[in-house]
Design a protein around this ligand. Structure first.
Ligand SMILES: [Zn+2]
Length: 498
């Protein structure tokens, strides 16, 4: 029984309170509209990525003009059918020879539970709070396809000899959000022109098929510059095979009553990819070491909020030692969406090796002018971080004092107060990116800094309030407060009164 992502109804959407699963054709032909709707934010993001990847594989527009037409006008069912004709074998989850994102004949003693395909469900110790128990016992075709794609692209590898995604362990993914879901898909598709500028080997590799169809050999060394656009987008780093589909049951992810998969087989498989493949939905950062350019994909390595990464995701910079380059889809958008505001969907996992610590899936709006005024984005972030640093520095002094002069309180408030600072200022930062006049940002930056300053002062007073009656801590407190005011004044060279 076939379950084909090009023809089955597997895309869960919600429209005016009504939930239904639709096919990609209905979506691209503009027959139905709605927002993606999955109970897990990471699965929702992966579903969107998968839809964009399929759209890219089926239709790579020649140039901006053709892309513009796709964005504006829904496809006809004839052109959809024509594009699918020779790709049906790529997207059938149950295909007898080339199942989607799987290899036939995987040799495994024991099958693995489906929850291993849902990143962060089976591996963590405290995940019961994040994910309801039972999630991942059985998955319907749509959710199984999304989960396979997510593990292959976004999640840490299964560990112990299993290869991770082409982008490394847990890359940050950036997508552009359109007026509706159909437009969103097109805005994240590269034209042939853009693809060629992101990967100069685009033309000669565009006939390639995915590596779960034209397989690679064990121990093979594969230059990233030999991987074509379609092959890279659908890259399956590991050897997985779903167990045969079973009777109708409740899918533990989307909750629908459908034929389900209850397990899969996995096997270790070794090879190496040399160099970095320029994924359309990822920015890259560079460091030049000993004359060699080392590239990698940014990821969430700390608890610092997503806005602190925004410059890396949106702004291009390159000097002799280091640099950053926005995702190819954003570079492309700069050439035809620069005059508008833009909305970005940003997501990814934060991990410690194979363990997922946190999931992120956020929306950012950038005001008109974002494409030309990278420096302003940089300045906003710099401000947000500088007030946090001033606050931390003062609290650190409160804890440790000054050797031989001021006895520290021994109470270290740096981390909890930093978390509070980030939490309290998050909306402010989002509003600033969305509302700043990029051409004349000074007044916005002043207002931002004034509010950040007030937040830092408030948080300092709140955090140290319980210790104000402790005679032994008074000196440390005074020292810390002086430090805070000094740092804050340095951040405001205009000399605004404290
Ligand atoms: Zn499902």
């Amino acid at each position: 029984m076939s379950f084909n992502l090009l023809s089955s109804n597997w895309v869960p959407i919600q429209h005016q309170g009504r939930y239904q699963k639709i096919g990609l054709q209905q979506l691209l032909c503009g027959e139905v509209d709605g927002e993606l709707c999955l109970p897990r934010d990471d699965m929702e993001l992966a579903c969107l990525q998968l839809l964009c990847a399929i759209t890219q594989v089926l239709f790579t527009p020649k140039d901006k003009k053709e892309l513009g037409r796709f964005v504006q006008q829904p496809l006809t069912s004839e052109s959809y059918a024509e594009a699918c004709k020779d790709k049906l074998d790529w997207f059938d989850l149950n295909h007898p020879q080339t199942p989607f994102m799987q290899i036939r004949g995987v040799n495994a003693k024991e099958p693995t539970c489906m929850d291993k395909l849902l990143a962060g469900v089976a591996d963590g110790t405290n995940k019961a709070f994040v994910n309801p128990p039972g999630l991942g016992d059985a998955l319907c075709g749509g959710c199984a396809a999304i989960a396979l794609f997510n593990v292959a692209n976004n999640a840490p590898s299964m560990g112990g000899g299993f290869k991770g995604s082409l982008r490394g362990s847990t890359p940050i993914t950036v997508l552009i959000k359109g007026k509706n879901l159909r437009q969103t898909l097109w805005l994240n598709v590269l034209t042939a022109e853009s693809a060629e500028s992101a990967m100069p080997w685009y033309q000669e590799t565009k006939g390639q098929r995915p590596n779960y169809i034209d397989t690679i050999k064990a121990e093979q060394k594969i230059p990233a510059s030999s991987i074509g656009l379609n092959r890279g987008l659908l890259w399956q780093p590991a050897h997985f095979e779903l167990l045969p589909v079973e009777d109708m049951a409740t899918c533990s992810c989307c909750g629908c009553e459908e034929p389900v998969y209850q397990g899969f087989k996995k096997a270790k498989f070794n090879y190496s990819v040399e160099g970095v493949w320029p994924h359309p939905l990822s920015s890259r950062i560079f460091a030049v070491k000993k004359g060699e350019k080392e590239e990698k994909f940014p990821s969430f390595t700390t608890t610092a909020p997503t806005w602190t990464h925004l410059s890396k995701l949106v702004v291009d910079q390159l000097d002799d030692k280091q640099g950053q380059q926005a995702a190819p889809v954003l570079q492309q958008a700069r050439t035809f969406m620069a005059a508008d505001k833009i909305q970005l969907i940003v997501g990814g996992y934060r991990n410690n090796q194979a363990t997922v610590l946190e999931r992120r899936h956020e929306l950012f709006s950038l005001a008109h002018g974002w494409a030309e005024h990278g420096l302003v984005i940089h300045k906003i972030i710099e401000g947000g971080l500088a007030y946090k640093t001033a606050l931390r520095k003062a609290l650190y002094l409160f804890a440790v004092g000054v050797k031989d002069k001021v006895h520290g309180s021994g109470v270290n408030l740096c981390d909890p107060v930093e978390a509070n600072y980030y939490q309290q200022t998050e909306n402010l930062l989002h509003q600033t990116f969305a509302g700043v006049n990029f051409a004349e940002p000074d007044s916005t930056l002043q207002v931002l800094n004034r509010k950040l300053r007030a937040a830092a002062l408030d948080l300092f007073e709140q955090a140290t309030e319980p210790y104000r009656q402790e005679p032994k801590m008074l000196k440390a407190l005074a020292l810390a407060r002086r430090s805070l005011h000094k740092s804050l004044n340095e951040l405001e060279p205009q000399g605004v009164n404290p």
